[in-house]
Design a binder for this molecule. Sequence first.
Ligand code: AMP
Length: 223
Amino acid sequence: MSRLCLILFGPPGSGKGTQAKLLRQSLAVPHISTGDMLRERMEHLDELGSQVAEMLRSGGLVPDETVNVMVEDRIAQPDCGKGFILDGYPRTVNQAAILSGLLESHNVAATLVYLKVDYNVIMARLAGRRQCPACGTLFSHSAGAPTGPEVCDHDGAQLVIREDDRQEVVAERLKAYHRQTAPVLEYFKSAGVPVWEVDGASPEGPQGIARRVRSLIEEKLVS
Ligand code: AMP
């Protein structure tokens, strides 16, 4: 079986994280979320930690060099030997070019899944999103709703609005997506990377979407 780099692509709130979590189980490869890595990095009380925290609070993108180095180190880890799922990376054409070089040197072929979701659905999803401060699980009113109105299913902690899901930050994140991230799709298409468009708001729900992505990948791996 060839090594797999599955790039989950789409705007904030398109379900990349949810899909990555479902697919990492069925494909048995690690889920690499640059957003999660950066949220972890900002807990460090050093200069880089505070720069990252400031960028995340503003809704803008962290500089390419910072993210590229993090990803380069991460995909060199032994658990990425069979492949990996990228969630939230690459987010600029520069990151896409760096990733292409890395994949070439590791002899890994990329496949991109574009989770296409209507703008109004994204806004509604992000407005309804809550996070558990204890375990980090994200909940929304439309999917995976917690049992109580505002508590986590897993540990009963009071859910909170993630700092970068505040309305004014969401507007900046969507601007960054349209300006800097959307062109990444064209970059990969022109580079001949297979791009599969999937309805990220399909009535089949997250499990159905994950099943469809998985069968596309299996077809690709055996062909
Ligand atoms: P996410 O959880 O993927 O929505 O990412 C949360 C925030 O982390 C984004 O709004 C950016 O500020 C930052 N971020 C995540 N991934 C990247 C990336 N590949 N390049 C630059 N900034 C990123």
